[in-house]
Structures are given as structure tokens and as C-alpha cells.
Write a protein that binds this ligand. Structure first.
Ligand code: NAP
Length: 318
């Protein structure tokens, strides 16, 4: 879905430097494109050029009990997870099968089953397209939050590689509902990866199988007071305490409100998971925003909770 844009692919650091010093234009907006699995593009994207880096090797360095691994930004995230898990490092196993590239994971502080990118993150290397210099970010500099980082606001950085600190050994089982049958056990990194893949396959489409951007809304976070009121009115509502506030499950709110009946010619809620919006073809961003609007309104009318869109929009904003 969306209009056409030019793509510039860099095969070395020298090419990046040369392009932004000699060829880039002031009147054009340069945007990094990873795997493209979490962006929505409008039909009209004037003066936008996407850029990508496709160089760099996967490196490992051992120090005491930590294995530092640096992965190039363009590497497919799940290929990276698979390789580290097969080497016996389990830290990334919960993040198996998440679509996209290595370079995209810090941007959203991608997470699943209680594990977030920031937990293993050490540093990243990036090119600052505005200042035309190479920079390194440590964890603090990334300002990670819930599915959030500094890179969502500041679009001038091209992340080119990311370093993680990993460990060998068995894993604790996530406390998420789907893992209840394994509670109390310690499982190998590969067993955890296989279980995560099984769970995700039962609820989420694989990238490319249907047109979607994965979860369409963030899980809303409310105050303890609001959560208490909601629990009184809807005792079955799942709630999770996190850092003094309470997280609600966006998918559940959709499924248990009129939002689940919202119809559109071009878009639908994914049958196995109502948090995923599927594009059935011939839609555009305006039509998608209309669909989004109806879902947000239905959830708000019933629960007084606003659902925030999760994927990024390039071009026309809403
Ligand atoms: P699920 O297990 O059906 O649970 C629904 C939501 O409730 C999850 O999003 C999760 O929040 C929350 N939740 C469930 N059990 C929890 C617990 N024990 N403690 C705290 N929060 C809990 O979720 P799902 O749709 O199948 O997704 C599985 C995992 O993949 C989730 O962690 C989800 O966030 C993640 N995922 C991430 C992305 C992304 O990063 N863009 C996309 C798709 C799925 P959390 O979101 O905080 O985990």
C-alpha cells in the first residue's frame, strides 16, 4: 500500500559518507528503510528517498561470562536470533520470529513475552545525516521506553550495526499465559525459541503471508485508579502491573467491544488476533485511518481508553 519512492542502497561506510557530503539534497527527506514490516506509506510521499545499508559482518567477542555480538543493521532479525540461539545463547530466544531487521529493533525497543531489546542492548553505531558524522549510542543515549526510543523522534540517524551482550545457558520460562504448561521449568534456548515460534504462529501472521504491519495498536497504559474502576466493571479484563501503572491488552479491548464488528471493503481484523489489521487490497492510507478511527472510537466508547497506533506512518499524517 502506498506510493513509490526512490531507494538508495549503501555498500560501505565510505559510500554513506560520500553520498551525504556530496550528493544529498537539502530539499529531500531521507528516511531509513529496514525490512519495511512496521511502516504505513501514503500514496503521496513527495520528496522522500529511502536509504538502506547492506554491509558489515556478524562478530562475536567473549569477555568473562558475556558474549558481545555485533550484527549489521540489514541482517534479518530472526536470522540473527536463530544463529545466537543455535550457538547456545538464549537471551534473544523470546524475540524469535519478530519481523524486520537488526537495525530496526532498537528503534521501537522491540519486545515480546516480557523481554525487550534494551535488556541485551550494549551499543549501536549510526550515521548522523544532519551533522554528517558517525556516532555511537549507549543504552542511556537511546532513551528506551515501552516500545519506544529516541530514534522515533529523531529521524536523522542511520543505524548501521548493533551490539548485544548475551549469555550461555538455560532460560526461565516467560510468565505469559501461553507458557503456563511449562511454568517452573528451565528450558534450553532452542526449546524456548521453538515454543515462541509455535505460539506466534498460532496468533500472528508470518511477515509476507498477508499484508499487515503486525500489532496495529500499542497496549494502553492506565493509572492504578483507572484500572481498578475498569476491573470493577469488567472483572474478566486482563491487566498487568508495570512500573507503578497498569498495562491493558489492546487485542482484548477490541475483541470485547463493538470494534470487533467494524467492517471495511479493504481492511479487516486478523481472524486469529484482533490486534492485527490485514489489508485485503486496493486500500489507501485515508481508508485505513477511517478503519482505525472506528476501532478507536468503539473501544473508547466502551472503556474510556484511547488506543494509540503502533506502526510508523511515512507521508500523509493523520
Ligand atoms: P498475548 O500473550 O495474547 O497477550 C496480550 C498482551 O497482554 C501482550 O501484548 C502483553 O503485553 C500482555 N501480557 C500478556 N501476559 C502478560 C504478562 N504475564 N505480563 C505482562 N504483560 C502481559 O500477546 P500476543 O499478541 O500473542 O503477543 C505476544 C508477545 O509478542 C507480546 O509480548 C507482544 O507484545 C509481542 N509482540 C510485539 C510486537 C512488537 O514489538 N511490535 C508485535 C507483535 C507481538 P506486552 O506487549 O507488553 O508483552
Amino acid at each position: 500500500m502506498g506510493g513509490e519512492a526512490e531507494l538508495v542502497v549503501f555498500e560501505s561506510t565510505e559510500e554513506v559518507d560520500h553520498f551525504f557530503r556530496e550528493e544529498a539534497r537539502e530539499d529531500i527527506s531521507y528516511r531509513v528503510l529496514g525490512g519495511g514490516s512496521n511502516i504505513l506509506v501514503s500514496d503521496d510521499i513527495p520528496k522522500t528517498v529511502f536509504v538502506q545499508t547492506v554491509y558489515g559482518d556478524l562478530l562475536y567477542k567473549e569477555a568473562c561470562d558475556t558474549i558481545f555480538t555485533t550484527a549489521p543493521a540489514h541482517m534479518v532479525w530472526d536470522d540473527f536470533v536463530k544463529e545466537t540461539v543455535e550457538k547456545g545463547y538464549g537471551d534473544l530466544a523470546a524475540l524469535s520470529l519478530i519481523p524486520g531487521s537488526v537495525g530496526a529493533t532498537p528503534v521501537q525497543n522491540v519486545g515480546a513475552y516480557g523481554v525487550e531489546t534494551k535488556d541485551m542492548f550494549i551499543s549501536l553505531t549510526a550515521y548522523d545525516m544532519k551533522k554528517k558524522v558517525w556516532v555511537t549510542f549507549d543504552k542511556e543515549g537511546c532513551a528506551f521506553g515501552y516500545r519506544k526510543s529516541v530514534f522515533q523522534e529523531r529521524k536523522e540517524f542511520i543505524i548501521t550495526s548493533v551490539t548485544f551482550g548475551l549469555h550461555k545457558g538455560n532460560m526461565a520460562v516467560p510468565s505469559y499465559g501461553g507458557f503456563a504448561h511449562l511454568t517452573g521449568q528451565s528450558i534450553s534456548p532452542l526449546e524456548l525459541r521453538n515454543e515462541v515460534i509455535r505460539q506466534r504462529d498460532s496468533k500472528l501472521p508470518r511477515a509476507g503471508d498477508v499484508a499487515s504491519v503486525g500489532s496495529f495498536f500499542k497496549n494502553p497504559v492506565v493509572t492504578s485508579k483507572e484500572a481498578e474502576k475498569l476491573k470493577e466493571m469488567y472483572p474478566a479484563m486482563p491487566q498487568y502491573v508495570s512500573n507503578g501503572s497498569v498495562k491493558l491488552a489492546a487485542g482484548w479491548l477490541i475483541e470485547h467491544s463493538d470494534a470487533v464488528y467494524v467492517k471495511s471493503e479493504h481492511f479487516a481484523l486478523y481472524e486469529k488476533n484482533k490486534l492485527v489489521v490485514v489489508h485485503n487490497g486496493n486500500g489507501n492510507i485515508e481508508k485505513l485511518f477511517e478503519f482505525q478511527d472506528k476501532i478507536q472510537r468503539s473501544v473508547y466508547e466502551k472503556y474510556g481508553v484511547h488506543l494509540e497506533r503502533e506502526p510508523e506512518v511515512v507521508g500523509k499524517k493523520y
